[in-house]
Write a protein that binds this ligand. Structure first.
Ligand code: CP
Ligand code: NVA
Length: 300
């Protein structure tokens, strides 16, 4: 595997990750100014989606078009991937035609196998284990609103899922402390947590995790692929809603983030996600700018 990949936040150095934020902010300014910037003319992004998506598909497809390139959408429903063609063979074939490949799938191991047989960079657009692209957007959003994140405290309230794992890696790479409040039985992966050392700690109680936090983050209680556990999870997570009490425990100028899609009345109260401290729409928009920076970095 000689090509650069972005499978987790640990694939890049802290300096590279910070550089992507700076570049994402520049690309956003260029777009707002109406400046044509076609740095990826004639380049092709293949997008393999084995799970649903609104933001990820739209941001990658629009981003490639804005940079002068093309994005091609592939789903298992209408490709041979869905009919059992080996991942390794698909990787060999797609990577001979595309310049970069983005994959959203279930097992993280699948994307690693794909990357091992690809001749071009592979981007993780969400697996059961990680969602690193979302973190590029979240960090850009934080920097735009508040500046430096090093030394700050972030509270993760909810499931120890793919987003939580990427926040644990972000705590290591960007130098903040992550307090994780999740019900017992829904902890993040212990090896991912342990590797982060003191950067990420399980606090358990939501109000305690949020105490004086600079940023409060949550995500759905049942991720894609866990639909059948919805009722069970609603019970387990009932005390883990980010509501106004949680936001009151946080710092006065704390921000609220959620990768979306959100369920008002479940993991977040409407008053919080639709309130003054919420930056979720900037966060969603920044998927576009941050991933354009990522595509440029991988392709140039
Ligand atoms: N946040 C996120 O990845 O959204 P989509 O599932 O809509 O792509
Ligand atoms: N944890 C969620 C994130 C969706 C963007 C999921 O995997 O469904």
């Amino acid at each position: 595997m000689t090509q650069k990949n972005f499978l987790t936040l640990l694939d890049f150095s802290p300096d590279t990750l910070r550089g992507l934020i700076t570049r994402g902010i520049e690309l956003k300014a260029l777009r707002k100014a109406g400046t044509l910037h076609e740095s990826l003319k004639n380049r092709i992004l293949a997008m393999v989606f084995e799970k649903s998506s609104t933001r990820t598909r739209m941001s990658f497809e629009a981003g490639m078009a804005q940079l002068g390139g093309t994005a091609i959408f592939l789903s298992p429903r209408d490709t041979q991937l869905g009919r059992g063609e080996p991942i390794e063979d698909s990787a060999r074939v797609l990577s001979r035609m595309a310049d970069v490949i983005m994959i959203r799938t279930f097992e993280h191991e699948k994307i690693e196998r794909f990357a091992a047989c690809s001749e071009v960079p592979i981007i993780n657009a969400l697996t059961d284990l990680y969602h690193p692209c979302q973190l590029l957007a979240d960090m850009q959003t934080w920097f735009e609103h508040r500046g430096e994140i090093q030394g700050k405290t972030v509270a993760w309230i909810g499931d120890g899922n793919n987003m939580c794992h990427s926040y644990i890696n972000a705590a290591r790479q960007y130098g903040f402390t992550l307090n994780i409040a999740c019900p017992e039985g829904y902890d993040p992966d212990s090896s991912i947590l342990q590797a982060a050392g003191e950067s990420a700690v399980i606090v358990r109680e939501p109000a305690e995790a949020a105490d004086n936090a600079d940023l409060v983050v949550t995500d759905v209680w049942a991720s894609m692929g866990q639909e059948e556990e919805q009722a069970l999870r609603e019970k387990a997570f009932a005390r883990y809603q980010v509501d106004t009490h949680i936001m009151q425990a946080a710092a006065d100028d704390a921000l609220f983030m959620h990768c979306l899609p959100a369920h008002r009345g479940e993991e977040v109260a409407a008053a919080v996600i639709d309130g003054q401290q919420s930056v979720v729409w900037d966060e969603a928009e920044n998927r576009l700018h941050a991933q354009k920076a990522l595509l440029e970095y991988l392709l140039q």
